[in-house]
Design a protein around this ligand. Structure first.
Ligand SMILES: [Zn+2]
Length: 499
C-alpha cells in the first residue's frame, strides 16, 4: 500500500474550490488531492497526519510583497515610540521605561516623530535621563536620519561639548554649546564608536518572533525590499531559513548598487537557495523627492533601469510622491522589462492621471493600504483633502487595469494583511473614518491581491492557511481580527494554534 499523503486537512471551507471540496491531501510540499472528506480520507497511509480544520476557512497562503525583515526584527527588540503607540513625550518615556534593555546594555526605542503631528518637538538627553541615568538610552527618529541619546549614551559614544561635528553629521547643541542629545546623520560614525553589535541569539529570537507574527496572520511568503540587500544579506537569509528561524518563503530584492557584486559571484535573477525557500528578486531602486528635487534625476534613473535589465533583472522602484511615480512610469515606458515584471513600490500618490500613466507603463504596483488603516488619522490631518482619496489607491489602480498587489512595508506599520485588505476595500482608518476614493470591490478581490499566484488546487505548492473567522463572511471592519489557526509552507506545518 502506498504511503499516502503526509497530511490530510479535513472539515475545511476551501476557498476557490468546487462545492463539496472539504479536504486537501499534501505530500512532498504540494497539494496532491482535493475532494470531500470521505474520499480524501481513503488515501490515508500509516503515517498520514489528519488535521480537523473544524469548519474554518482554508485559503491560499498570503504574500506580504514588500517588507523589511531585519528592520522589523530589530524593531521588536526596541520600544515602540511611533506616534500611533506613544502620542506624547511622556508616553514615549514610559514605553522606554517599561522596555527590556538589550543584552548589550542599551535601552532602545524606534519611530519617534518630532513633527507637530507627532510629539511636536525633538526628545532631549534630559528627557531620556528620566528613563535611565546609568544605562545608555537611544531612540531612533522615524526618518532613519536622526537619533537621541541620554547622558550615559552620549558618554558611551564619547560625545561631549568639545566633540566636533563629524563630516556629514551634526551634534545638536543648546545655547551654551552643550549637546542636546540629538544626533543627525551620524549612523555610520556611531557604529564605529559604540559596540552596539546585536547579540546573535537575541536577534534570532527577535526574527523568529517576527516570523511567528507573520505566520499567525496566514502569511506564507514575503518579499524583502531592502535597498542595500547584497551578497551578505543573501547568506544571512540562507542561514536563517536553513535553521528554521524564518520558516516561510523569502523573495529577496537586490539593491541596484549591489547588482555587480552579486553578478560577480555568479548570481542571476530568480536563483533559488538549496532548499528552494529563498529566491533572488528584482533590483530595488530608491527614487525620492526631497526639498523639491528628485534623486536620482530622470536620466540617471533610466540608466539604472537599463543597467539592471541588461543583466536580466526586472526593477522595483520605490516611488511615493506623485513626481516619483510619474517619473517611474515614464522611465518604464521607455525601458520595458525583458524578463519578469517591473514594479513600482508604494505608489503613495495616485490620482487618475498618474494612474493612467502607470497603467500604460505595464508595471505592477505593490502598494501599502495598511498605511490607510494605521496612519489614516495622520493623513486626515496632514494631507490635502483633494489628494486623500488617491493615497495608496489600490481600488482605482485595479479599475484602470494595473496589476496590484499588497505589502505592509513593516516595520513602518504592523504586517497585518487583514488590516491592509480591510482598508483596500473600505478606505477607512483604524478608527473608522472614511478617506474617500474607490476601494477594491470585495473582500475576495482584496484577498486575491494578497495571495500572489497561490491557489488551492492539485499540483500547486502546499502554501496555505486555515483562518478564522472566515473572511468571506466577515464584515470588512472586522477583518483585522482574523488569525490563522494553521499555516503550512511548502507542505510543512509551521504555525498551529487551536486545531
Ligand atoms: Zn519599504
Amino acid at each position: 500500500m502506498p504511503a499516502g499523503p503526509e497530511i490530510i486537512l479535513t472539515n475545511a471551507r476551501v476557498h476557490g474550490a468546487d462545492t463539496g471540496v472539504s479536504a486537501v491531501g499534501i505530500a512532498n510540499g504540494v497539494i496532491t488531492a482535493t475532494g470531500p472528506d470521505t474520499e480524501i480520507l481513503q488515501y490515508r497511509g500509516e503515517n498520514t497526519e489528519i488535521i480537523d480544520c473544524k469548519g474554518c476557512a482554508l485559503i491560499p497562503g498570503i504574500v506580504d510583497d514588500h517588507l523589511h525583515l531585519f528592520a522589523a526584527a530589530a524593531a521588536r527588540m526596541a520600544a515602540d515610540c511611533r506616534p500611533a503607540a506613544t502620542p506624547a513625550v511622556e508616553s514615549v518615556l514610559s514605553a522606554l521605561r517599561e522596555s527590556q534593555p538589550r543584552r548589550d546594555g542599551w535601552i532602545r526605542g524606534y519611530g519617534y516623530d518630532d513633527s507637530p503631528l507627532g510629539l511636536g518637538r525633538h526628545l532631549t538627553r534630559h528627557d531620556l535621563d528620566t528613563v535611565a541615568r546609568e544605562r545608555p538610552v537611544r531612540v531612533e527618529h522615524r526618518s532613519g536620519h536622526a537619533c537621541v541619546m541620554n547622558g550615559a549614551g552620549l558618554a558611551a559614544a564619547g560625545i561631549g561639548r568639545d566633540t566636533p561635528d563629524p563630516p556629514g553629521g551634526t551634534i545638536a547643541r543648546d545655547a551654551h554649546g552643550e549637546p542636546t542629545g540629538l544626533l543627525l546623520d551620524m549612523e555610520s560614525w556611531l557604529r564605529q564608536r559604540i559596540a552596539t553589535r546585536v547579540d546573535a541569539g537575541e536577534f534570532r529570537s527577535a526574527i523568529r518572533d517576527l516570523a511567528d507574527a507573520l505566520l499567525s496572520y496566514g502569511i506564507t511568503a514575503v518579499t524583502d525590499a531592502g535597498a542595500d540587500n547584497g551578497i551578505d544579506r543573501w547568506r544571512a537569509f540562507e542561514e536563517l531559513l536553513a535553521e528554521g528561524a524564518i520558516p516561510l518563503r523569502v523573495n529577496m530584492m537586490v539593491g541596484a548598487g549591489q547588482l555587480d557584486e552579486l553578478r560577480r559571484e555568479g548570481f542571476r535573477y530568480g536563483d533559488l537557495s538549496a532548499d528552494g525557500l529563498l529566491t533572488l528578486g528584482p533590483a530595488k531602486i530608491m527614487l525620492t523627492v526631497s526639498s523639491g528635487s528628485m534623486h536620482p534625476d530622470f536620466d540617471t534613473l533610466c540608466r539604472i533601469i537599463a543597467g539592471a535589465h541588461d543583466v536580466g533583472f526586472p526593477v522595483a522602484i520605490h516611488a511615493v510622491e506623485r513626481e516619483a511615480v510619474v517619473a517611474s512610469a515614464l522611465a518604464l515606458m521607455d525601458h520595458p522589462a525583458p524578463i519578469g515584471d517591473d514594479r513600482i513600490e508604494h505608489c503613495g500618490e495616485g490620482p487618475p492621471d498618474v494612474g493612467e500613466l502607470v497603467a500604460a507603463s505595464g508595471a505592477r504596483v505593490v502598494t501599502n493600504t495598511g498605511f490607510l488603516h494605521y496612519d489614516g488619522e495622520r493623513y486626515r490631518r496632514t494631507v490635502a483633502s483633494d489628494l486623500l482619496p488617491h493615497l495608496y489607491a489600490a481600488g482605482a489602480l485595479d479599475a484602470l487595469g494595473v496589476r496590484v498587489s499588497l505589502g505592509s512595508d513593516a516595520p513602518v506599520v504592523e504586517p497585518n494583511p487583514w488590516a491592509a485588505m480591510a482598508a483596500a476595500v473600505e478606505r477607512r482608518t483604524a478608527e473608522g473614518h472614511a478617506l474617500g476614493g474607490a476601494g477594491l470591490p470585495s473582500v475576495p478581490h482584496a484577498l486575491s491581491k494578497h495571495t500572489g499566484s497561490h491557489r488551492i488546487a492539485l499540483g500547486q505548492p502546499a502554501d496555505l492557511a486555515v483562518v478564522q473567522p472566515d473572511p468571506l463572511f466577515t464584515k470588512p471592519r472586522l477583518l483585522p481580527e482574523i488569525r490563522s489557526v494553521l499555516t503550512v509552507v511548502a507542505g510543512k506545518v509551521v504555525w498551529r494554534d487551536g486545531v
